[in-house]
Design a protein around this ligand. Structure first.
Ligand code: PMP
Length: 420
């Protein structure tokens, strides 16, 4: 056994970490689907900033747009002032994303992170309905601030124990109970029962695929039934598309396949396309009820992020090419996972996913972490997800090449074999 390589964490004692991520190298540069450590060793990145790098690292088109903008002294910080970069983003977002899908949304910049978008969505829903309760789902992940944590699944509420996180009720996500629940009769019964504690919810918040929760995929008919229930029961439907949006499942929005139109949508991670902090809260026009100053924040106007976001939309969302590519590459991953799970049937290997997000699980839960560790040694970055870190999550950039995909899937298969 070799001695562990010191990381920045070990060598620079001033860094305080609450992160669990512990790849024992210091990374230095990145290009496309690859990261390089300070010794020049290359790693295929099937983690992609937890879904923030759908177009890969330092995407050349986005990089050039950013370099041009900086070279001409474009504004970097503008709070919520109007700027040409912001206008270009809004016009492009409308023409490439909203108008072609006939989506009526107003666009709000709630702050730099996904959590900021979720906070804005929850506040807006509660203000619009004049009610406090919000329904969320088992194993959901919506953020780490107290409001977003309140609607996040229990397994992720590690810190802050004892702080009352009120006004949120978790319900079983699709398939949580093992079987197929055909409708939401049970939910309606609880809504009608004054003793159930559900207390007239203002909104329901849901991910169409739970990323952090273990790659749990909601069926389209389940999502449609949920949307229908929300409409009938006067609850707003919030889809948190922070991780699954921007093309991860194939469509720009992950809810498109189900044919639903949520009242509020949160977007972040890959919206800037370059790993620059940016988020959106989208809502139907009738929810445009904020008073000036009701939801503000210093870093709401990240203009370099507007610039790369505009370039990403113009490059990848003007036609259906990326969508088709995601379908083809997603099928390639699925075929590899079918073989992998057949080879390891005795270990209870199973897979699930959609588009370019996939998860693999084994009977022995610790195996997921072992696979990720082996994969790192062989030059592939993958992470675990799920309440017990029991799922290996694959999240390659959407721009990954077929050769890189095969290389990564080969390393994955080898890592699974070696941990049997
Ligand atoms: N919602 C979802 C679905 C997420 O996956 C995440 C991040 N993993 C968040 C919200 C929080 O986003 P951020 O970390 O940018 O605050």
């Amino acid at each position: 056994t070799t001695a562990p390589v010191p990381t920045v964490f070990d060598t620079v004692e001033s860094e305080v970490r609450s992160y669990c991520r512990a790849w024992p190298v210091v990374f230095d540069r990145a290009e496309g689907s690859r990261l390089y450590d300070e010794n020049g060793r290359s790693y295929l990145d099937f983690f992609a900033g937890a879904g923030s790098l759908n177009y890969g690292h330092n995407n050349p088109v986005l990089k050039q747009a950013l370099l041009d903008y900086i070279a001409r002294d474009g504004i970097t910080h503008a709070l919520d002032m109007s700027t040409t970069a912001k206008r270009a983003f809004l016009e492009t977002f409308h023409s490439t994303v909203l108008a072609p899908r006939a989506l009526p949304y107003k666009v709000m910049f709630p702050g730099p992170t996904g959590t900021n978008a979720v906070e804005a969505a929850l506040k807006l829903a509660r203000k619009a309905k004049g009610r406090e309760a919000v329904v969320s789902f088992t194993n959901a992940f919506h953020g780490m601030s107290l409001g977003s944590l309140a609607v996040t699944g229990n397994a992720f509420k590690r810190a802050g124990a004892g702080i009352p996180l009120v006004h949120s009720t978790p319900m079983p996500f699709d398939n949580y109970l093992g079987g197929r629940i055909p409708d939401f009769l049970w939910f309606e019964r609880l809504l009608e029962d004054s003793g159930s504690g559900l207390n007239d919810p203002a909104a329901v918040i849901v991910e169409t695929v739970q990323g952090e929760g273990g790659v749990n995929v909601a069926r389209a008919e389940w999502l449609r039934a949920l949307a229908d229930l929300c409409r009938r029961r006067d609850m707003l439907l919030i889809v948190d598309d922070v991780q699954m949006g921007c093309g991860r499942t194939g469509d720009f929005f992950s809810f498109e396949e189900a044919g639903i139109t949520p009242d509020i949508v949160t977007v972040s991670k890959s919206i800037s396309g370059y790993g620059l902090p940016m988020s959106l809260c989208l809502f139907k026009p009738e929810l445009d009820i904020w008073e000036p100053g009701e939801h503000n924040g210093t870093f709401r106007g990240n203009n370099p992020a507007f610039v790369t976001a505009t370039a990403a939309l113009q490059t990848y969302w003007r036609d259906g090419v990326l969508r088709e590519r995601t379908r083809v590459q997603g099928n390639r991953i699925e075929r590899a996972l079918v073989d992998l799970c057949a080879d390891h049937e005795r270990d209870g290997a199973s897979y699930r996913g959609r588009g370019m997000v996939w998860g693999i699980e084994f009977t022995r839960k610790e195996r997921a972490a072992e696979v990720c560790h082996r994969a790192f040694e062989h030059g592939l970055l993958v992470e675990t997800s799920g309440p017990e870190s029991e799922v290996v999550k694959l999240l390659p950039p959407l721009t990954v090449s077929a050769d890189e995909l095969d290389e990564g899937l080969d390393i994955l298969a080898r890592s699974v074999r070696e941990t049997g």
